[in-house]
Design a protein around this ligand. Structure first.
Ligand SMILES: [Cu+2]
Length: 69
């Protein structure tokens, strides 16, 4: 198991954070995605086969800017 901490920029409401969390939770190997639009953060719990780069790519696919936190 791995826990990835992200900084996610550009989310303005619960719709944004909900969309990012849904997309992450649909990803293979993701067990849990907690996304907070107020803090601009994400805490993603995954199988150890999922890398930070894979998580970042999926978040960037939603249109938000992100980086490891
Ligand atoms: Cu929004």
């Amino acid at each position: 198991m791995a826990v990835h901490h992200l900084k996610i920029d550009g989310m303005t409401c619960g719709g944004c954070s909900g969309r990012v969390a849904r997309v992450l939770e649909a990803m293979d190997g993701v067990e849990r995605a907690e996304v907070d639009h107020v803090e601009g953060t994400g805490v993603i719990t995954t199988a150890s086969s999922v890398t930070m780069d894979m998580v970042l790519e999926v978040v960037q696919g939603t249109g938000f800017t992100c980086a490891p936190a």
